[in-house]
Structures are given as structure tokens and as C-alpha cells.
Design a protein. Structure first.
Length: 159
């Protein structure tokens, strides 16, 4: 019994000491992020390939560089691209760092560059990344094509 308690105390002590060194909890499209995570808060970096896949983009190698594209887009390097090992999205470079064989990118600026909304929740120790929802309308028109604004839908039922 004493041995069990001392082992439990050791494990608990390690968790308390190592806990602050862990990275933020990252959620992409309301699902736990499956790639490598490093750092905390605004300095959080994540694995490029896993982020691109989780957001529904594609990563294509072009002449020794990487190009991030939306589904159906053609991967092309910008005309001023030089060297190899760079990552581009819509002709603009994305900052990267190599760590333990993985290519990491700063999460919040990269997600925002890809059109996602990234929010850091300090209280929960998490970062949530979501893509904007495309509007759906039964009439075939969107708020943008009808002059914008908000539509209210009233629903009333009697059982």
C-alpha cells in the first residue's frame, strides 16, 4: 500500500512539473488537432501537413517548394520564388521552422492567412480554429447578392 501511494505521488508530481511545458490544446473545426504542437498562446506552432489537411486544403510539392491550395486549385509557385524548402499560399510565403523532422508553422497567423478564424482561449488553455460557414439559402440568393443584412426566420409549432 505504501509503495502504491509513493508511486502515485511520484506520477502526480511529474504531471504537476511537466504540465506547464505542454503545448496548448488545439482544435481544428471542433476536433482535436492530430499533428505536432509546440509552444503556448500566440506563439503556438503546429505541424504544417496536419493543419493543411485538417482545414481541407492540399499541400503540393513544386520544384522543391510547397504550395498550399484549396481543393481544385492548381499549385503554382510565385514568379519571384527562389530557392527550395519554402511554403507558399496564394503567392505569399508562410513562415516555417523545422523541429524533430516536422515542418511547423505559427498557428494563428497561418490559419488566418488560409481564411480561418483562430481564437486563443486563455482560461481553457486552448486555441480553436474554424473556417467561416458558407451561407445557405433556399431561394438561391445569398445575403451578399441581396444587399446584405440579416434575415430573421420565425418558427412556431403547436403540438
Amino acid at each position: 500500500m505504501r509503495r502504491w501511494i509513493s508511486c502515485l505521488a511520484l506520477v502526480l508530481g511529474l504531471v504537476l512539473v511537466a504540465g506547464p511545458a505542454w503545448g496548448e490544446q488545439v482544435y481544428i473545426r471542433n476536433k482535436p488537432f492530430k499533428g505536432a504542437v509546440s509552444g503556448k498562446g500566440p506563439a503556438t506552432a503546429v505541424e504544417l501537413q496536419a493543419l493543411v489537411a485538417a482545414l481541407g486544403f492540399q499541400l503540393t510539392e513544386v520544384q522543391g517548394n510547397w504550395v498550399v491550395t484549396a481543393e481544385g486549385e492548381t499549385a503554382a509557385l510565385p514568379t519571384d520564388a527562389s530557392g527550395t524548402g519554402q511554403v507558399y499560399y496564394q503567392g505569399k510565403p508562410i513562415a516555417t521552422a523545422d523541429q524533430a523532422g516536422a515542418t511547423l508553422v505559427p498557428l494563428i497567423p497561418t490559419a488566418q492567412a488560409l481564411g480561418a478564424v483562430a481564437r486563443h482561449n486563455k482560461d481553457m488553455g486552448s486555441i480553436d480554429v474554424n473556417l467561416p460557414v458558407k451561407s445557405v439559402s433556399s431561394t438561391g440568393s445569398s445575403p451578399a447578392s441581396s444587399g446584405g443584412g440579416t434575415r430573421l426566420i420565425n418558427f412556431w409549432a403547436s403540438w
